[in-house]
Design a protein around this ligand. Sequence first.
Ligand SMILES: *[C@@H]1O[C@H](CO)[C@@H](O)[C@H](O)[C@H]1NC(C)=O
Ligand SMILES: *[C@@H]1O[C@H](CO)[C@@H](O)[C@H](O)[C@H]1NC(C)=O
Ligand SMILES: *[C@@H]1O[C@H](CO)[C@@H](O)[C@H](O)[C@H]1NC(C)=O
Length: 239
Amino acid sequence: MLAILLLYTLALFSTALSISINNTLYLISNAERPSRRRPGLTPVGMDRAKSCIPSVFGALDLGLIVVCTPDIKTNICIPANTTAAPLAASLGLVPDTSCSTGDDADVDCIGDLLREYATKSTQSILVIWDSNDMDDLLENLNLELAENNDGIDTGEDDEDDLAIYADIILIKNKKKHIIEASMNCTGIDGQAAGSFYVACAVRLWLFIYNLVPSPPLSFGLSLFVSRTSHSAFVPLRVR
Ligand SMILES: *[C@@H]1O[C@H](CO)[C@@H](O)[C@H](O)[C@H]1NC(C)=O
Ligand SMILES: *[C@@H]1O[C@H](CO)[C@@H](O)[C@H](O)[C@H]1NC(C)=O
Ligand SMILES: *[C@@H]1O[C@H](CO)[C@@H](O)[C@H](O)[C@H]1NC(C)=O
């Protein structure tokens, strides 16, 4: 009984102890990668690694770049390593890849590494991790994302966003909570021109389709095609 209480108290205590360093900490995942564990980055991912990331992080006084240990056999952290390379080269830094990720990884490695660096430098730190393991990274640093208070329960964790969106930056300043930001790079981040128009057209078609009592699908589709090319849709277009 006492042991259980003690364990419970320890667990409470340890979750409260998020990594405490004065250096600004930036966390990102690898840039866009191809499907089916094929190696490398997609063309957009390569663009992010070569131009977007160096332009965003080039002037943030980085003194340390940490990348999870790349493993050629499993492809784990290879995309993260590729993502880091252009920025590291432009800053003259060699990424520290001593901490691995995954089931067999040492959970204290990354925290110890960052604390050790903080004892000798006040410069900022960028951590680039495998997009499949962002939740492990946050857990190992005892960092929690702020609750999303928009009142919409999507049934998904905010951590899932980190695996999906390569533009997200998590920023931790001294004692403050984590801030989420977008790299917001021209041409690859945010909403593409015209995507709002397509979403509206699809919604309107669904609306019309539901109004007409079970018309054959081909009728619905031809209605969609003729209506989408019709000028009545033009006022919906956002410029
Ligand atoms: C952070 O900075 C404050 C003063 O600015 C200092 O007192 C404190 O010891 C520092 N904390 C760490 C973990 O270095
Ligand atoms: C990781 O990236 C560096 C360049 O930053 C490169 O020299 C090295 O070969 C890469 N490692 C692997 C395993 O791909
Ligand atoms: C992204 O950048 C555009 C202009 O480059 C700006 O208008 C927009 O507010 C930015 N969005 C975010 C989320 O920072």
